[in-house]
Structure formats: C-alpha cells, structure tokens
Design a binder for this molecule. Structure first.
Ligand SMILES: Cc1cc2nc3c(=O)[nH]c(=O)nc-3n(C[C@H](O)[C@H](O)[C@H](O)COP(=O)(O)OP(=O)(O)OC[C@H]3O[C@@H](n4cnc5c(N)ncnc54)[C@H](O)[C@@H]3O)c2cc1C
Length: 265
C-alpha cells in the first residue's frame, strides 16, 4: 500500500519469514524499514519452544531449497552454523504399515532450532516486537501504525501487511477491494503437540508423514540436534512434535474411553 511514488520509509506488519524477508530486501535497497509484530520475538510460525530440558520446533519443521537463488544463502547459513542439513530417516505411516521413504530431497533446519532462521533474517532490522497493530491509517503525513497499547508510529510512505489472511483482512479496512481478496483466502487450522519421552521412543525413523489419520506428521526433534540421525540421543533429548492435519480430531473421533490426540480445539 504505497502513499508516494518513491517510498522511503516502510512499515511492515508481521515478523514471520514473509515480513522479515520483505524487510530485508527493502533494507538492502536503502529503504528505512520498521517491522511490527504482536509477539515478543520475530518468527511467527517459524518458532522453537524451549523448556529446561527440551526444545521443540512447533511450527515449520524444516525447509527445502527449490529456488537456485536461495542456494548460496543456505550454504552461507550452513557454513556459519545458522542452519544445517537434516539427513533424517523419513518414513511414511499408514494402514498399519511404516515404510521408509526413499526421497533424496535435501532438508534443512535452523540451528539450534528453527527460530535461529528468524533471528538471522532479523539481523540489522528495526523490530517493534510486542506491538499488536490495530489499525493502519493513511493521511496527509503518510501511513500511521496504531497499536493496541496506544502507541502510534507515523510518517511511513508505504505499509506492507505480512500477516495471515484473517489478521490481514482486519487491517485492510481502508482498502476494501484488497480486504475482499484477502478475506477470500481460506486457511486451514492444525494443532501441534509437543511430547517429551522419558526414554528414546525407539522408532526406526526420525520423522514420518502419516496417511489416513487425523495426524499428518511426527518428528523427533532430537534427530535435528544430533545431525545424521539418532546418534548421541539421550532421554532428555527425545522430544517429539506431532502435527495434526487440517481435519481436526474431535471427541467423536476417539474410541470409547480414549481421549483424542488433539490437545484443545
Ligand atoms: C505446525 C506447522 C508446521 C509447518 N511445517 C512447515 C515445514 O516443515 N516447512 C515449511 O516450509 N513450512 C512449514 N509450515 C508453514 C510455515 O511455517 C509458514 O508458511 C510460514 O512460517 C508463514 O510465514 P509468514 O511470515 O507468512 O506468516 P507467520 O509466520 O504467521 O507470520 C505472521 C506474523 O504476523 C504477526 N501478526 C499477525 N497479526 C498481527 C497484528 N495485527 N499486529 C502485529 N503482528 C501481527 C504474527 O504474530 C506473526 O508473527 C508449517 C506451519 C505450521 C503451523
């Protein structure tokens, strides 16, 4: 949403990978960028949650390199220890069978967790975390970013909304046509469960795609922190992340007397 022909100061709402990458690209062209996010830290759905003994990537699990332009950046991240190749033993589970998947797609993860990527993308950027943007207003002095804590940031030449569609729609009230298009984007919910085991679960895979089930994916986070698979795994590292698919399990799906796997709806 530009307010001038040559915008110099840009406000970006959303410090997920989309907002951070947009900010980085604008900043390298010499534009002054401020990134606003309601969370305490950048990353959005690229996030690692830590307890004293465990760490879980509970959003994005890994990434691949499809665009050749992205390759040198990933090589650089790997050389600097920001990312690493995840040579996981990937399985496919379904109809009572567990088969090793024989795909050779190189997968990469952030080190020590996926949130390292968000930190890397944030370097050198002006971040305004803990700011929930309530309204974007355009006036004679440019765009104003109004937050729910009463703070106002003014004088932007353009604003970029890099929030998921439902949140973006709320911010686009002054641009009804854009709001209408964004409102048409259907998002599907999913649940992520973080499960810690006393001992290694002893399964013959590091991650698995699950078919014909409310579950879509299971992963052992420990395998990410011990590159090459499970070598060196100890009980406190045996943390798993289980992601449910778009169709959420409900109490109706659970066999009598057993709780569904979803934590909450
Ligand atoms: C469980 C799960 C597993 C996934 N696994 C993978 C995977 O393995 N590989 C992969 O490539 N992708 C994966 N994805 C998808 C990937 O995580 C997302 O596509 C990507 O992170 C989205 O980035 P984004 O910047 O578009 O949005 P987000 O990450 O959602 O960022 C949007 C940001 O906007 C902020 N925001 C929203 N509204 C406001 C407001 N009003 N004011 C201020 N801030 C606001 C939010 O706090 C958030 O930080 C997974 C996603 C999930 C949920």
């Amino acid at each position: 949403m530009a307010g001038a022909l040559s915008p110099r100061r840009i406000a970006i709402v959303g410090a997920g990978v989309a907002g951070l990458e947009a900010a980085r690209r604008l900043a390298v062209r010499g534009l002054e960028v401020a990134v606003f996010d309601k969370a305490r830290r950048p990353g959005g759905r690229v996030s690692t949650r830590r307890s004293e003994s465990h760490a879980f990537d509970h959003g994005a699990q890994y990434f691949t390199v499809r665009d050749p332009e992205f390759e040198p950046r990933v090589r650089n991240w790997c050389a600097r220890g920001v990312a690493a190749r995840w040579d996981a033993r990937i399985a496919s589970i379904g109809r009572g069978a567990c088969e090793r998947k024989s795909d050779s797609t190189p997968r990469f993860v952030g080190v020590p967790g996926m949130s390292a990527l968000a930190r890397e993308l944030s370097l050198g950027l002006r971040l305004e975390c803990g700011r929930r943007v309530e309204r974007l207003e355009q006036g004679p002095g440019g765009w104003r970013v109004l937050c729910d804590d009463g703070s106002a940031f003014v004088g932007f030449d353009a604003a970029v909304v890099a929030a998921p569609a439902p949140q973006a729609t709320a911010l686009l009230k002054s641009h009804p046509e854009m709001a209408r298009r964004v409102a048409g984007v259907e998002m599907q919910p999913c649940h992520a469960a973080m499960v810690a085991f006393e001992e290694s679960p002893g399964v013959p895979f590091d991650a698995a795609f699950v078919r014909d089930s409310p579950l879509a994916w299971v992963a052992r986070n420990a395998s990410k922190r011990t590159p090459g698979g499970s070598a060196g795994e100890c009980a406190r590292d045996a943390a798993g992340c289980i992601r449910g698919g778009a169709r959420l399990p409900t109490s109706r799906d659970a066999p009598p007397g057993r709780a569904p796997l979803a934590l909450r709806s």
